[in-house]
Write a protein that binds this ligand. Sequence first.
Ligand SMILES: C[S@@+](CC[C@H](N)C(=O)[O-])C[C@H]1O[C@@H](n2cnc3c(N)ncnc32)[C@H](O)[C@@H]1O
Length: 233
Amino acid sequence: MSDAERPSRASEAFFGRRKGKPLRERQAQHLETLLPELKVDLATPAPADITTLYDFKPTRMRLEIGFGGGEHLIHRAMEQPETGFIGVEPFVNSMAKLIGRVEDTGAKNIRLYDDDATVLLDWLPAASVDQIDLLYPDPWPKKKHWKRRFVSRVNLDRFARVLKPGGLFCFASDIDTYVNWTLMHCGAHPAFAWTAENAVDWLTPFAGWPGTRYEAKAKREGRGSAYLTFRRS
Ligand SMILES: C[S@@+](CC[C@H](N)C(=O)[O-])C[C@H]1O[C@@H](n2cnc3c(N)ncnc32)[C@H](O)[C@@H]1O
């Protein structure tokens, strides 16, 4: 996408931490040797068919934004070996941990990006992805920070561009104001329709749900979660 075509940068940025405690030697080595092999190379134009990013031909493409500990990404990659996954996470320690899991499991269907997901979204070809997972995104609970939330009109425009017609946007959060915020933004967006038919739908985790680290933390702290699925028209 050219700069002229790029949407407003209003919500575009990574506001979290990039580094935590020092990496163990094996993790540092992974970042040096395995990340370059697994990383999507945004310095070159995206291939028209992004399934060519893999050594096999995936039947579906799925993008997980902010995979954190990576439990969900690894679980889904093992569960769906025919699907090509792109995992995005700017936090170095999480990326190093995930790469260790890719090595341990031998997963061949994961590609990675270690920076702000909006940059990857703008690189991806239109209508190239079947599903986007945004699971427990940073909540930014204070009202003055809501504009930092990943869900925004410009990012929904990005999702609408890269999702195939009929593709899914799956969102989970334990923060009521973020759940309402997402319902409001998707409700106002012409490309997205909420698939829920009754309250049970959005209180029930997605099929085959393994949980995530943030969800476990929310549960320990007594907060329930909402699981929202939107279909791109
Ligand atoms: C609250 S954590 C949730 C992690 C994981 N999904 C879970 O449920 O345990 C949010 C994650 O999103 C990542 N993140 C924040 N902004 C991002 C962005 N612009 N692009 C990609 N990832 C982002 C953070 O680094 C963090 O790991």
